[in-house]
Design a protein around this ligand. Structure first.
Ligand SMILES: [Zn+2]
Length: 229
């Protein structure tokens, strides 16, 4: 098996640009066994759009003429959990799409809309949005740090929604998408998981209590019905 020089350019999905880009190879290693049967090598390439360094993986069996490689680092954005209501996943998808198209102002406006959706999904209809967040906090749906995040995202979304003459930066838009995702995870994945965990623990404790009571009353009965002296 020979270590042919890789091509200069490959097509890959850049996780930062979130679209297919041409990546230029800067460095690479020889094919090395990943396990007994598979030989792979890794190429360090630069995204032609955002200049982010990317680690591309190439399978030796894929052949030298294959133009498209998988980017293994940075990790691609993950899909939202199924437990996040579809209507919110849709809003969030749109926020990501805006980001992908470099529409950063529209991204933060979409993030704000997602947050409005989160409140509505929890039956909180107070207006304006900061009052809704305060209610979310007072009923214990979000706390301390998350409340702060939500408020910051709301302010950023407001700046996006109204003409201020200031543009929303790429970094702010990217952080807004990531924080909104964390908030959705907290509310619909970890919170749910914690509630289920608590419920399960409660049932186990109740069961143990019941068993203890039954054992105690059985013991008492045996004592009372024991031989009379
Ligand atoms: Zn890129």
């Amino acid at each position: 098996m020979s270590d042919e020089t890789p091509l200069k350019d490959y097509v890959t999905e850049c996780p930062i640009c979130q679209q297919k880009v041409t990546a230029t190879v800067e460095a690479f290693n020889g094919f090395a066994p990943d396990n007994e049967f598979e030989f792979r090598r890794y190429l360090i390439a630069t995204c032609g759009l955002c200049y982010q360094p990317l680690l591309l993986e190439q399978d030796q069996k894929s052949g030298r003429y294959e133009r498209e490689l998988e980017c293994v680092w940075p990790s691609p954005p993950r899909a939202l959990a199924e437990s996040v209501p579809e209507v919110l996943r849709r809003e969030h998808f749109e926020a990501r799409t805006c980001f992908k198209s470099k529409a950063y102002t529209a991204t933060v406006v979409m993030v704000r809309r997602t947050l409005e959706g989160v409140c509505a999904q929890h039956g909180i209809t107070k207006k304006p949005l900061y009052r809704a967040f305060e209610e979310m906090k007072s009923v214990g749906l979000i706390e301390g740090r998350l409340f702060e995040w939500a408020q910051e995202l709301r302010v950023l979304g407001n700046e996006g929604a109204h003409f201020t003459g200031k543009s929303v930066t790429r970094q702010d838009a990217s952080d807004a998408v990531a924080l909104a995702e964390a908030l959705l995870d907290y509310l619909y994945v970890f919170n749910e998981q914690f509630l289920q965990f608590k419920e399960r623990r409660k049932k186990v404790a109740e069961m143990a209590d019941k068993v203890a009571k039954t054992t105690a009353s059985a013991r008492d009965e045996t004592k009372n019905s024991g031989p009379q002296k």
